[in-house]
Design a binder for this molecule. Structure first.
Ligand SMILES: Nc1ncnc2c1ncn2[C@@H]1O[C@H](COP(=O)(O)OP(=O)(O)OP(=O)(O)O)[C@@H](O)[C@H]1O
Length: 336
């Protein structure tokens, strides 16, 4: 199984909401699609699922052009944000909703409720279930059709943080064990989506960056992408000499041939506190906050209003002390 989205564009009236989007999901892969509200994620999902037609471009399933296929023919399973369970149907009725009568066997039901942790709840109605259980019903219903592709549109948004994390992990484990090809859409930035196989980050109707989670996390191409996944340290910089870059916190040895001002990006865990002044950044600890497993330092100096916010392991330095920060060149990304 392979789903290819090729050069999809879409406008509503005069506004272009999707601009030449291309991506690919292979058998058993989990692709996570994220981006700020209004960037076009839902519109893209609607086009993939056949609920909306693109102005340009094609959707291919195993090389076959399915752009004009009706949603039913595509055999995709969905779990939407609002779940859309049928209130007048039991768990069993909801799970079997899209299944032919002859395939509605006790064995199939049993298999689905066991997989999704709903055993014993088959005869309950949606209003008699918790939010997490309702999510499971929606998932079981989507899996019941043996979908070619599963589309999860922000399925965890209504749950509290703890339950969200637990259910997400459980569902990901299940999808991986079943080798179900999945597109997961998230409207929120979250490290949790780094467990997908592929990440696609959208902005203003276009793909900003796509790649493996570690590529996107370690080498984001813009502050927009870096801020989506974890904390980042971004410092204004300019070229000083060949391979020397100057910032208001000191100079660093970094190969860079840009003439204009630019920004240096580095993940906080790649910065080490050191005692050496040479080619390291320096600043005063302005604030130190205890955050359980780590401290957060706010580092500044007199020559600038800029400061570095750094998450570190237990820091022995106190407010007012000057500290030096080692920033390894290979961990630095340059943002224009
Ligand atoms: N049927 C429509 N008619 C006109 N404009 C639309 C229609 N559907 C979506 N839009 C517009 O297209 C843009 C993209 O919307 P879309 O719902 O795809 O974004 P999204 O990334 O899913 O946002 P969110 O995270 O808030 O759900 C928005 O500006 C939205 O107002």
């Amino acid at each position: 199984m392979k789903l290819s989205v090729e050069h999809i564009s879409k406008s509503f009236e005069k506004t272009q909401v999707l601009k030449d989007i291309s991506l690919e999901v292979k058998k058993g892969e989990i692709l996570s699609l994220t981006g700020e509200s209004g960037c076009g994620k839902s519109t893209l999902l609607r086009i993939i699922s056949g609920l909306e037609a693109p102005d340009d471009g094609s959707i291919l399933l195993n090389g076959q052009n399915i752009t004009s296929w009706k949603p039913e023919k595509r055999k995709f399973g969905f779990v939407f944000q609002n779940l859309s369970l049928f209130p007048h149907l039991s768990v069993k009725g909801n799970i079997f909703y899209a299944i032919k009568k002859k395939d509605q066997t006790a064995e199939k039901l049993n298999h689905l409720v066991e997989m999704t942790g709903l055993k014993g709840l088959e005869n309950r109605y949606p209003h008699e279930l918790s939010g997490g259980q309702q999510q499971r019903v929606a998932l079981a219903r989507a899996l019941a059709i043996n979908p070619e592709l599963l589309i999860l549109d922000e399925p965890f948004s209504s749950l509290d943080e703890l339950l969200k994390a637990k259910l997400r992990e459980e569902i990901f484990d299940l999808l991986r064990s079943l080798h179900i090809t999945t597109i997961l859409v998230s409207h929120q930035a979250s490290d949790a989506f780094l467990i997908a196989d592929k990440l696609v980050v959208m902005k203003d109707g276009a793909i900003q960056q796509s790649g493996t989670p570690s590529e996107v996390y370690q080498k984001p191409i813009s502050p927009y992408v870096s801020d989506f996944f974890g904390a980042s340290v971004i410092i204004n910089a300019k070229n000083k000499d060949e391979n020397i870059v100057e910032t208001s916190f000191g100079s660093l040895k970094i190969a860079n041939n840009r003439a204009d001002d630019f920004q240096l990006f580095v993940r906080p865990e790649n910065i080490q506190i050191t005692t050496s002044r040479d080619f390291n950044l320096s600043g005063k600890v302005l604030k130190k906050e205890f955050k359980g497993p780590h401290d957060v330092l706010k580092i500044g100096n007199n020559s600038t209003s800029e400061f570095i916010s750094l998450e570190t392991e237990r820091c022995p330095h106190e407010v007012g002390e000057t500290i030096y920060l080692k920033v390894p060149e290979k961990e630095v990304q340059i943002f224009k």
